[in-house]
Every structure is written in structure tokens, then in C-alpha cells.
Design a protein around this ligand. Structure first.
Ligand code: BGC
Length: 751
């Protein structure tokens, strides 16, 4: 495709028409110039290709395909290779169905357990979401199909989803809500980005120049296509100016006419329109080159893959040793989800599956009682009685419970962290007659487990895709060993969650007042007890950590450092461990979390086997976002490197000194303090001279000691703090300098 030539030949009307979809899922074609239309489809944990009437709510049917574990499950694998295997599989399915763009992955942070779409999002941790997102994107795109990361940015709830504003300070936006997208661009090399419905700080994402141009294109170097979320356009012309290329779905030509009029009236420079057209043509031309004819996929193979991934994502939350189950014990299954598993969420990501596999189908010899109605909250006495009766006859009961479809879906936030009443009643009733009760959970986010102490094990299957029931059975009976870790903290109470006071906001204004303290960053800082910490997950074997080694004990900004340690499978079963590396600054000069995840590796180890794991830490691993320089900043100082099995199960720790290479520029005024002088090289040089003058002689030192002694105990710290807090203007007030001298000093400091 000769893009310059085509742009030269397109009429104004044709250019405008290319900037919106032809219909619900296709881009516009212009046959006279050989521009063909391409198809975009929802995913991202399967291919939702609608051939009949289109909708973005998961209502009308789509082709039958394979449903894989959803993002919140995938993230719990803590394993880039899980995302890679999925990306390749989806890429092939898209090629087979002639789909150029798969709408996902969703890289929004799990700010509150109540967000209705949490099952579509990876984590409360931006690093984890970014690493896994990038792995998914690069493997999908290596098959020639474009990923479309969504929803850019700060789309963390469903309440007021098309009209609300996520309001936060600059540091929070850059440090918490943007890095996963940044990794998608820089590491995953994503080719399309979907802007969110919501506004950020009052400006809708679809017309937010700061996000779509300044950050995305200028800071991160993105050169792909920017698409709207379906129906997210507010003012189309403003959108173009902000950096929005393609409006989806087709708006019936209304917005195209607005574009034409704006150019004719001289309100929109045609060069701006050309830029959007060029981005689209680049995208189309890539697809022309990469699309493959005659690809076919073996659905049964992909379905097997789905089950395998579900196994690798499951998290064993607690286990007193009852799991794995002995195949000779008399086990029964109770709970509707044993027969009809809940394996995906509702909304635009809903995949049409021909045959989801439940635990009952996998192990038909195991007796079963329904226990509850998944479409209701009200305990059913008959079902309860039947369940209790079956439980009494068994040696072990496995209960299959979880959030119901009505509780978590796109379009509406959850109202509570509780499970439906009838399910809690069922667990209580069964556990009261059967001491050997195991719970299998389904759901895309943290829930409350008021009965956790009354059951012997809890296995979280998340929304594990179409083979989740089979995966659960393999894990329960030890044919597979759980190795997933929680990608989000499970608090003891909803009220403990940092967003609690400001979720979901009022009148569409959502204040992110917890700032950078989301998830474990908050719980750790507050030293709060939690139900299950971030990174937690048990195994049927045990792992021993040793020999933490830091390649260097001090580094300068710009240098990388390698950290290694050994991990041994010291138990009797083969298994996998997710080794997690966290960094915390020992004495930060600004508010910082106690520690943050900066590395993770999943190791597969046979019983008795030992491997060395290695992490490479670059300067960004130590940095925080500094609004005074509008950039990431590495502070000089000591940093603690911790390696462990969860955020609250740290096994090894070491320390490293970092020398930063930048200073935060300070503009001095009379209200700057003496302490501020220590924050710049010129200030420090001045202070040194002063100290020399004031305390240089023996008499001066003695006078100072006498003074301090006269002031009483603790006076040294008091005197130092008072001095540090003193504004520069006070030097004149206390007669130590003239006004002119102080002006001269300030001018020198600012020069
Ligand atoms: C959702 C997107 C989805 C799009 C197309 C929107 O309502 O927010 O995630 O990709 O519809 O179905």
C-alpha cells in the first residue's frame, strides 16, 4: 500500500469516512483505492466473533469458540508463558476467522474488589499487569493479529462508566494507572489502543490530548492506531485533535459530517485528519501483509490448552493437609457449580461455548447434590436438606460455590464482597455436619469467606474457562499441583480496602484519594491484617529459599544489577513456585510504599530439585514518579531487596545503595526552609561554609553544647528540626543577614 499516494487521492469526505467504522465490527472500505475493510472482535479470553447483528453487551450470538481463563485467573499464574501460549492460540483462531484485531487485553488496575469487570483485569499491581499483558500482546501479534489494549485509562469501575471522571494527582496516574499500558507499548509493542469511556480529571479519554498524544505518542513513542471504546466519542473533532484515530462502531455518518464541516470551516487543520487516516492505513497495510489464508485450528486441542491453563492459574488459598484427596476416600460433590461451572463473566467478553466441562462430568462416579440455585439468593430448604444428608454419608465433601453471574459483570459494579446468601448458608450447613469439607471457588475477584475456619481447604479456580471443572478435579486429586498466586489482596473486610471511602464516587466524580496506595501497597503501609495477601498461594510441596546474591552492593542510576537466589523443592511432589522480588526504599524522602513487586519468575521443580533464579533490576525498578519533574525519579539512598513466596512470606533479603544521577530542581524563595538548602548542591555548599563559620572554632562548639544542655533532654533533635524548618526569611528577622544579603543568596541558589 502506498500510503502517501492514497492520502493524496482521498477526498475530504472519504478521509472522514475512514475515521469511523463501517458497521459494528468493521472498518470502512474505499474500493476505488483498494482500501478494504477489516474486522475487529471482542475477546480477550476467547474470540467473540458475531456474524449476525452486532452488540457490545454480549447479547447476540457469536460463533462457537474456546473460552480460556479470564484475565484475573491468567494473572494468578504469575507466568509469562501462560500468556504466551494463550496469545499464540488466539492469534491462530483470529487468522482462521479473518479477524485483524482482538479487543484486549484489559489492563486496568483492580482498585476496588467491587468493580464489576475485575474478572477482565489482571491485578492490583501495575508491574504484574504490564509484564503479563506484554507477554500476551507479543505472542498474539507474532501471529499477525493486533491486540488492542483497553481501556486507556483509569477505567476502574462500572458505575457511571460512560460519563464519570476518575480524578487523581499526577503521580498516582503515572505511577499506578499508566505503567501497565506503558509496558504494553514499550515491551509488548502493541499496535492498537482503545481509549476508555470515562474522563480523567474532567477530560474524556476520547478527547484527552494529555493521554492520547503527550503520554502515549510523545513520551512512550507509540506509533499505532487509537480506537474508541464502542460509543465513547463525545466531540469527534476534539477527539481528532487530541489524537484519536478511529471511532467505533460506525456512527451512521453523523460524526464524519462534523469532521468535513470542521475542515471546511477552517476549524480543523486537514493535516490533523491526515494523521488519523495515516495511522489507520498503516494498520490496514500491516494486516494486508500479515493475514494468512487457509489457517485452521483444532478446537479440541485448544480446549485442552484451556484446561491446562486453568490448572496453572488456580490458587490454593488454604489447606490443612486434606488436599490432595485420596482417590479411595468417599468423596461427594455439592453445589450447582460442580455440574454447571461458572467459568466466564457476562458482557462484551462473553464467549459462546458449546460444551463447558464441569467437575461432575469429569468424575461421574462421584455422588452429587445441587445444594443451591445459582439464579437465586434465597436458601432452598429442600436442596439444603438433600445436601446435608449426602454430606453426612461422605468422608469428604467438596463444595463448589462462587459469585453468580448477577453479582459480577460488565456494566454494573458489585454491591458487596459477600457470596450469595444461599451459598454461604450451604457451606455453613455442610461444614456443621462434615468436618472434612473442601471448598472450590469460582469468581473474578476477592470475596468474603465467613466460614473459612470451618473448612479444611479452599481452592480458587477464578473464572477458569470452559474446562475449569476438569482442572479442579485434577488439582483436587493431585494429578496437578496448584501453583497460582493471588494477583490481588483479599482483605478481611470491604471497609479495609483503600478505595472504600471513595468508591464508586458521587455524581460521577470519583476521587482517587488513596493515591498510590492501592492493594498491598496500602495494607502493608498500614500494617493491616488481611485474609490472603498479594502473591499468596499454596502448593502440595514445599520450597526452600537460599543464597540470595546481589551482583553489587552499590550502583549508580543507569546501571542494572543482577540478583540471584536458589530455590529447592524440599517436599515430595513435583511442583512450581513463583519467586517474587520486592523493592522498598529504606528512608525515602517522599511517601512511598513499604515495598513493590519488581520481579517474578515461575520455577518448575521436581521433588528434590534446586534451581537458581535470576532477576535483572534496572533503574526503573527503584524509581517513583516525581511530579516536580514530571518524570520517573531515582532517589539516592539504601534500598531493601526482598525475595519470597508471597508479599507477606519473605524468605530472603538484602540491601543495595543507589546513587541517583539527577536532582530535583528547586526554586528558592524566602519561604523555602533551611532544610531545603540541603536538597541542592549549591545549597549544600552554602550550608557547609556556614557550619564551618558557626561551629568551626572550639569556643563555638562549647557554646553550642552548653546551650543544648541548658535546654533539657531531647533538645538536640528539637534544635536541629527547628533549624531545618526555619524559612530563609527568618535569617533576616533574626538579624543574621540583611535583606540585600538574603536576596543575593537566593539569587545565587536559583542561578
Ligand atoms: C466494552 C469494551 C468492548 C467493546 C466492544 C465496550 O462496551 O467496554 O471492552 O471491547 O464494548 O464490544
Amino acid at each position: 500500500m502506498n500510503i502517501d499516494e492514497i492520502i493524496g487521492k482521498l477526498t475530504l469526505e472519504e478521509k472522514a469516512s475512514l475515521c469511523s467504522g463501517h458497521d459494528f465490527w468493521h472498518s470502512e472500505a474505499i474500493e476505488r483505492l483498494g482500501i478494504s475493510s477489516v474486522m475487529m472482535c471482542d475477546g480477550p479470553h476467547g474470540l467473540r466473533k458475531q456474524v449476525g447483528e452486532g452488540d457490545h453487551l454480549g447479547i447476540n450470538v457469536s460463533i462457537e469458540t474456546v473460552c480460556y481463563p479470564t484475565a484475573s485467573a491468567l494473572a494468578s499464574s504469575f507466568d509469562r508463558s501462560v500468556l504466551e501460549r494463550l496469545g499464540h492460540a488466539l492469534g491462530k483462531e483470529c487468522q482462521a476467522e479473518n479477524v485483524a484485531m482482538l479487543l484486549g487485553p484489559g489492563l486496568n488496575m483492580k482498585r476496588s474488589p467491587l468493580c464489576g469487570r475485575n474478572f477482565e483485569y489482571f491485578s492490583e499491581d501495575p508491574y504484574l499487569a504490564g509484564e503479563l499483558g506484554a507477554a500476551y500482546i507479543s505472542s498474539l501479534q507474532s501471529e499477525g493479529v493486533s491486540a488492542c489494549v483497553k481501556h486507556f485509562a483509569a477505567n476502574n469501575q462500572e458505575t457511571c462508566r460512560m460519563s464519570g471522571s476518575s480524578n487523581m494527582d499526577e503521580r498516582t496516574l503515572h505511577e499506578t494507572y499508566l505503567p501497565a499500558f506503558e509496558a504494553a507499548v514499550k515491551k509488548g509493542k502493541v499496535r492498537s489502543v482503545m481509549c476508555a469511556y470515562n474522563a480523567v480529571n474532567g477530560t474524556f479519554c476520547s478527547e484527552n490530548k494529555q493521554l492520547l498524544t503527550d503520554v502515549l505518542r510523545e513520551q512512550w513513542g507509540y506509533d499505532g492506531l487509537v480506537v474508541t471504546d464502542w460509543g465513547a466519542v463525545k466531540d469527534r473533532v476534539k477527539g481528532l485533535e487530541a489524537g484519536l484515530d478511529l471511532e467505533m462502531p460506525g456512527g451512521g455518518g453523523v460524526q464524519d459530517a462534523a469532521i468535513v464541516k470542521a475542515v471546511r470551516d477552517g476549524e480543523l487543520d486537514v493535516a490533523v485528519l491526515d494523521k488519523a487516516v495515516r495511522n489507520l492505513l498503516n494498520f490496514l497495510s500491516d494486516w494486508e501483509e500479515q493475514k494468512q489464508d487457509g489457517v485452521s485450528v483444532d478446537r479440541s486441542e485448544l480446549s485442552t490448552l484451556s484446561g491446562k491453563l486453568a490448572e496453572e492459574c488456580a490458587v490454593l488459598l488454604q489447606n490443612d493437609g486434606i488436599l490432595p484427596l485420596n482417590k479411595n476416600s468417599k468423596v461427594v460433590f455439592i453445589g450447582e457449580y460442580a455440574a454447571k461451572p461458572r467459568y466466564q463473566g457476562s458482557g462484551s467478553s462473553h464467549i459462546n461455548v458449546s460444551h463447558p466441562v464441569g467437575a461432575c462430568e469429569t468424575a461421574p462416579e462421584i455422588p452429587y447434590a445441587r445444594g443451591f440455585d445459582a439464579h437465586s439468593d434465597i436458601p432452598d430448604e429442600v436442596m439444603l436438606e438433600e445436601a446435608v444428608e449426602l454430606a453426612q454419608k461422605a468422608e469428604v465433601v467438596v463444595l463448589f460455590v462462587g459469585q453468580s453471574d448477577a453479582y459480577e459483570s460488565e456494566g454494573a459494579d458489585r454491591m458487596t464482597m459477600e457470596l450469595p446468601t444461599n451459598q454461604n448458608a450451604l457451606v455453613e450447613a455442610v461444614a456443621s455436619v462434615q468436618p472434612n469439607t473442601v471448598v472450590v471457588l469460582h469468581g473474578g475477584a476477592a470475596v468474603l469467606l465467613p466460614w473459612a475456619d470451618k473448612v479444611r481447604a479452599v481452592l480458587q479456580m477464578h473464572l477458569g474457562g470452559e474446562r475449569t471443572g476438569e482442572a479442579a478435579v485434577r488439582l483436587l486429586f493431585g494429578k496437578a499441583n496448584p501453583s497460582g498466586k493471588l494477583a490481588e489482596t483479599w482483605p478481611l473486610r470491604l471497609e479495609d480496602n483503600p478505595s472504600y471511602l471513595n468508591f464508586p464516587g458521587f455524581n460521577g466524580e470519583v476521587e482517587y484519594r488513596e493515591g498510590i496506595y492501592i492493594g498491598y501497597r496500602y495494607y502493608d503501609k498500614k500494617k493491616l491484617a488481611v485474609k490472603y495477601p498479594f502473591g499468596h498461594g499454596l502448593s502440595y510441596t514445599e520450597f526452600t529459599y537460599s543464597d540470595l546474591a546481589l551482583e553489587k552492593d552499590s550502583i549508580t542510576e543507569g546501571e542494572a544489577v543482577t540478583v540471584t537466589c536458589k530455590v529447592r523443592n524440599s517436599g515430595n511432589a513435583a511442583g512450581a513456585e513463583v519467586v517474587q522480588l520486592y523493592i522498598g526504599e529504606a528512608n525515602p524522602g517522599v511517601a512511598r510504599p513499604v515495598k513493590e513487586l519488581k520481579g517474578f519468575e515461575k520455577l518448575f521443580l521436581a521433588s528434590g530439585e534446586e534451581k537458581t533464579v535470576s532477576f535483572s533490576l534496572d533503574s526503573r525498578s527503584f524509581a517513583y514518579y516525581e511530579p516536580r519533574i514530571h518524570d520517573w525519579f531515582v532517589e539516592s539512598g539504601k534500598y531493601v531487596i526482598e525475595v519470597g513466596s508471597s508479599s507477606r512470606d519473605i524468605r530472603l533479603s538484602g540491601e543495595i545503595s543507589m546513587t541517583g544521577s539527577r536532582e530535583i530542581p528547586i526554586y528558592y524563595t524566602r519561604t523555602s526552609t533551611i532544610g531545603d538548602l540541603l536538597k541542592s548542591a549549591k545549597g549544600r555548599a552554602f550550608m557547609e561554609q556556614m557550619m564551618q563559620k558557626l561551629h568551626g572554632s572550639e569556643e563555638a562548639k562549647k557554646a553550642e553544647t552548653d546551650n543544648l544542655n541548658n535546654m533539657g533532654e531531647g533538645s538536640e533533635r528539637m534544635a536541629q528540626t527547628m533549624m531545618a524548618e526555619m524559612p530563609l526569611g527568618a535569617i533576616v528577622t533574626f538579624g543574621r543577614m540583611t535583606d540585600e544579603q538574603l536576596d543575593g543568596l537566593i539569587a545565587m541558589l536559583n542561578s
